[in-house]
Design a protein around this ligand. Sequence first.
Ligand SMILES: Nc1ncnc2c1ncn2[C@@H]1O[C@H](COP(=O)(O)OP(=O)(O)OP(=O)(O)O)[C@@H](O)[C@H]1O
Length: 470
Amino acid sequence: MDHNQLWDAIKQNLQATVASGLTYETFVGSLTAVSFEIKDNGTAVLYLTTSHEQVAEQWQQSGDYYQPFVQAAMQATMVLNGTPVFVQPLVTLIATQTVAQPVVETRHEEQITLNLADTPEWMTDSKLDASYTFDSYVPSINNQEAVSVARSIAEHPLSTQWNPMFIYGDSGLGKTHLMQSIGNDVMQRNPNAKVKFITTEEFTNDWFDALRMGRAEEFKSEYRGVDLLLVDDVQFLSGNSNPDTDRKIQEEFFNTFNVITRNGHQIVMTSDKAPNQIAGVENRLVSRFSQGFTANITKPDVNARIGILMNEAEHQNVAISKEIIEEVAGAVDTNVRELKGVFNKIVAKAKFGTTEVTLKDAQAILESMNYERHRVITIPLVQSAVSEYFNVPVADIIGKGRTKPVVFARQVAMYLSREITQESLPQIGVAFGNKDHTTVMHSTEKIAKLVDEDNTVERQLQAIRTKLTE
Ligand SMILES: Nc1ncnc2c1ncn2[C@@H]1O[C@H](COP(=O)(O)OP(=O)(O)OP(=O)(O)O)[C@@H](O)[C@H]1O
């Protein structure tokens, strides 16, 4: 079952259960399925995009379509798969989608013969970092759409549905990693693909070297004959010490861009700013940068930070406790480069020290680096705080008992897990003894209702929240 099949089947079912007051064509018809992923806990996420702001908002707030969707998805997976699967929709807004408009401007463009031979030795021939793969990239909630689009480009580099892909965000958040994952994936699927990765500075140096040596044609063959061009840090297309350098390099980049996209080949770029925020870049470039898919990479949430460090520990083959990983992930929320840097200090102690690294050691390292403590509140912590408060054993909270005090404590624990931990309904269900996500939903609704009706419940919740943050 692929994402298109699944989405078509869901749409058919949704048509029958369309919610009143909403138009099927707008709220369902404007969505495009991008990919589909089965998580470890058995939940499947269907990544969908739309260019319709109101539609995105509705879906993101688990709005009116959420419930009919879950039902339709269950029925659809039943038909396609033989078993029902809990499918979660993840809808994101695409900023601008005047995609796949062929670029018509031909000013200053010469015909060039494509030369797919090896890179001439005078030119930069950067290699992709083999460790930058989709497998080693941990997506966080905010970056899932960017990852889906990146994967879709890698799977279908000639579809140019998202051309160019423009990835922007602050330093150390994984832009280069994500971009190179596309390159590595394309190369793995097709080792003969011509993938070129370059920083903007290297592109600039190569072009001026080419001009100086009278080898512009070689430069054009190399850069315009690619299947996939990956350009890092395009913000450096401006800000050179000489404005004439900016003008000339932007002219060449513009021509390179036009030829590649017109040939139906793909460009992916990174930048520290959104296209329209890069000072000194010509409007014609800004509009081309924005014509495909623009992804803003933001800081990973704490769960993603934990995931990144777990991956790192596995990759480096070191035994670091989950407790330490959570401590570091809770404290270092600046960027991933820094997160890995701090973690590596702890790993060094683990590798070269004579005794096992303890939580205290990790805390001392964090303190020496001036990181403040931010306790990560996980579902087990919520469960034990609730257990202590109501004097109900954790085993009962995650068990099946139906006595009133146990059920109430369980519902409160589910409600606070949902509120505090950023885990999804199915993940919470799993942590409460493999309960269904609908049970979690029912429990959280129940407590929310009680909070409105009864001050005592709110006071109890507040006391547990305070305990958790102490
Ligand atoms: N989501 C992630 N999962 C795993 N590793 C990540 C993730 N995000 C970033 N990293 C790691 O963090 C480090 C910095 O990432 P990267 O160089 O891609 O950042 P960047 O946004 O391109 O930074 P800059 O703008 O400074 O070049 C790399 O080691 C990368 O592997």
